[in-house]
Design a protein around this ligand. Structure first.
Ligand code: IPM
Ligand code: MN
Length: 366
């Protein structure tokens, strides 16, 4: 039988709860498809800080690099958040992990499921049928640019500063992934930047246009980020594939998640040129509901599906998981973030059990 090594990084807050559910789903789909998963659970974030004093221990990064794929829960703990504000020190473990794995292309699909069209705060006509893919550059930009830090300016004012910088090769490689993705979807790619003001964005646009020559069959358009933020809620169906830089992609993907109704539904895949991919829900650690069995595990379960499809090339197993999630929603099971009247309100564990049940039922039916 096929066998894969998966690094699990539960992390903080609701991370361990959603990862434990996703692990059960992977085990069951593996037994159905004849795939064996060897899980290696490692600490990261506040949890690692408690254990070893660092948020991304050397052993965790090494284990992740040596595995076939990495599944992450969430990072960030209330306790450490508070400390950040005093010490002006952020938890950079996630950035170091992304940088260490060189996962430069972050795929964030935004899909409005027919079962959940009523859970969006936007009008049904606006969100119904939305199916877009945000491709966010993940290892460059103001997140990683130097110089950065704290200091004093020439007038003696205390300052904090970061640098937005992109090298041509960083833009080119993520643009290629975006063109390839758009080609497989509707053939439309929109590049989002702030090229009316920022040199880094003018350069971004120049490189994207240069790469577009390799993809004459893909229709490329450009939009300024402020307009894009507005267009995403005005008429999201005008978009298919979006490519943008690290910081704009961070902000626009949170905004786009609300088209679907809940950030608790959105998975993501972060891919490198070679080596393991990193798969994680786009939501955070939600310390306010941690340990209460209230979290929605579906974003992590769908991230496990992306891990199978994009990370391991196990498309059949991935499809099975996606079908099981749809079937669970069809049967009316809802966590509180996606609950609407007439459905069955369940916690994280029960939602996981129901997905397992759907997986099982589908198998016996086919
Ligand atoms: C995300 C998160 C991270 C980011 C934070 C936690 C570093 O918001 O994955 O979108 O800004 O990339
Ligand atoms: Mn974010």
């Amino acid at each position: 039988a096929k066998s894969y090594n998966i690094t699990l990084l539960p992390g903080d807050g609701i991370g361990p709860e959603v990862i434990s559910v996703a692990k059960n789903v992977l085990n069951l789909v593996g037994s159905i498809q004849g795939i064996e998963f060897k899980f290696n659970e490692m600490p990261i974030g506040g949890a690692a800080m408690d254990l070893s004093g660092v948020s991304l221990p050397e052993e965790t990064l090494t284990a992740a690099k040596q595995s076939d794929a990495v599944l992450l829960g969430a990072i960030g703990r209330y306790k450490w958040d508070k400390m950040e504000r005093h010490d002006l020190k952020a938890d950079t473990s996630l950035l170091h992990l992304r940088g260490g794995l060189k996962v430069f292309a972050n795929l964030r699909p935004v899909l409005v499921l027919p079962q959940l069209v009523d859970s969006s705060t936007l009008k049904k006509e606006v969100v119904e049928g939305v199916d877009l893919m945000i491709i966010r550059e993940l290892t460059g930009d103001i997140y990683f640019g130097k110089p950065k830090g704290y200091g004093t300016d020439e007038n003696g004012n205390e300052i904090g500063f970061n640098t937005e910088v992109y090298a041509a090769y960083e833009i080119d490689r993520v643009a290629r992934i975006a063109f390839e993705t758009a080609r497989k979807r509707s053939g439309k790619l929109c590049s989002i930047d702030k090229a009316n003001v920022l040199e880094a964005s003018m350069f971004w646009r120049k490189r994207v246009i240069a790469i577009s020559v390799e993809y004459p069959d893909v229709e490329l358009s450009h939009m300024f980020v402020d307009n894009a933020a507005m267009q995403l809620v005005r008429n999201p169906k005008q978009f298919d594939t979006i490519v943008t830089n690290n910081i704009f992609g961070d902000i626009l993907s949170d905004e786009a998640s609300m088209i679907t109704g809940s950030i608790g539904m959105l998975p993501s895949a972060s891919l490198a040129a070679s080596g393991p991919g990193l798969f994680e829900p786009i939501h955070g650690s939600a310390p306010d509901i941690a340990g209460q069995d209230k979290a929605n595990p579906l974003a992590t379960i769908l991230s496990a599906a992306m891990l199978l499809k994009h990370g391991l090339g196990e498309k059949k197993a991935a499809d099975r998981i996606e079908l099981a999630v749809l079937n669970t929603l069809d049967r009316g099971f809802r966590t509180s973030d996606i609950y609407s009247l007439g459905n069955k309100l369940v916690g994280c564990k029960e939602m996981g059990e129901q997905v397992l049940k759907s997986l099982d039922a589908k198998t016996h039916a086919s």
